[in-house]
Design a protein around this ligand. Structure first.
Ligand SMILES: [Zn+2]
Length: 321
């Protein structure tokens, strides 16, 4: 059904594809979490988007001046590739975009615990996933595993509240994470944000520390969200409020959203539930184009098909409690 010929039929829709990074080589802090596209594949996506849609400037989105048949790219997590790879490409292509960042990681003094887990898994892989080491790590988190796959699954999915214990694993494996962050420059710097802002790009909050929000109280959720938007306003000359949910927006309550609308009635909030309409026009749903194994045209069509399918099964409009 997802024939690329259908693409022309779905052009009336405005779409918001998102990515994390674009890179031509593997990298330890990402490679055990998800797949990503290389430069050539990303350029191909841009060509497809430009052929079928008009570029939407974030400025027009903030002014509620969005026309049909447009697209706007956004990038989550503030990884250094948004400055070293994506920013030059977008400039050359005459495109603007929004970058959603976690203030705690800017300048590389600390990083996302999921990225640490990926670095650890890379080292465990390089040393052959020794059973006694896996057991020691399991003991730190009070889980057992009977296979490498089971270990990986349990380790990647540890709770946010257990993230401090990841540092114990780094110690156990003698990984100096501060060195890693400084050497690899995993995240962008304040200077780089300023440079991109000066060039007409937009930045939004993505929480302070990228927690799975569902594991926090509503008060903690609201603070994580609003502080990240405020941080951008305090450090740069930003007067707008943009925000994207980390991991998933699925379990976000009406109450937390209402707090955000109270904070700034003109806020634009980005989710990742595909092409759906949320409870409020200020919530924009995105879909990921990051997986290099999925054909881009097909994926855009599939997302559109889901929209019509969800409409039929009455799930198009997201209900929130
Ligand atoms: Zn994220």
């Amino acid at each position: 059904m997802s024939n690329r010929a259908f693409l022309s039929k779905f052009k009336a829709q405005t779409i918001f594809p998102y990515y994390h990074l674009v890179r031509d080589t593997d990298v330890a802090h990402i490679e055990n979490l998800y797949l990503f596209k290389n430069t050539k594949q990303f350029l191909n996506d841009i060509q497809i988007l430009k052929t079928n849609y008009k570029a939407l400037n974030p400025r027009d989105l903030l002014n509620n001046n969005v026309s049909n048949n447009s697209f706007l790219l956004s990038f989550d997590d503030g990884l250094q590739e948004i400055h070293s790879v994506i920013y030059p490409i977008l400039k050359q292509q005459g495109l603007k975009a929004i970058f959603f960042v976690n203030p705690n990681f800017i300048d590389n003094n600390e990083g996302l615990y999921k990225h640490y887990i990926s670095i650890i898994l890379k080292q465990l892989k390089d040393t052959g996933f020794e059973k006694n080491v896996l057991d020691k790590i399991g003991a730190i988190f009070s889980f057992t595993s009977n296979s490498t796959e089971e270990f990986k699954k349990k380790f990647i999915n540890i709770k946010f509240s257990e993230r401090e214990k990841v540092n114990d694993v780094l110690d156990l494996l003698k990984i100096d994470i501060r060195d890693y962050l400084k050497e690899q420059k995993v995240y962008i710097s304040k200077e780089q944000i300023q440079e991109m802002l000066d060039d007409g790009f937009y930045f939004g909050g993505h929480t302070m520390s990228h927690p799975p929000l569902i594991q926090l109280s509503q008060e903690e959720q609201t603070l994580e969200i609003i502080n990240s938007i405020d941080w951008l306003k305090q450090n740069f000359n930003i007067n707008y409020s943009l925000f994207a949910f980390p991991f998933s927006d699925r379990a976000i309550s009406k109450k937390v959203l209402e707090k955000l609308f109270e904070y700034d009635p003109n806020v634009k909030i980005f989710g990742n539930s595909g092409l759906k309409k949320d409870m409020d026009k200020r919530i924009i749903q995105r879909f990921s184009l990051e997986n290099p194994n999925k054909e881009t045209e097909k994926q855009i069509v599939t997302e559109n098909m889901y929209k019509y399918f969800n409409k039929v099964i009455r799930k198009y409009h997201i209900k929130r409690k």
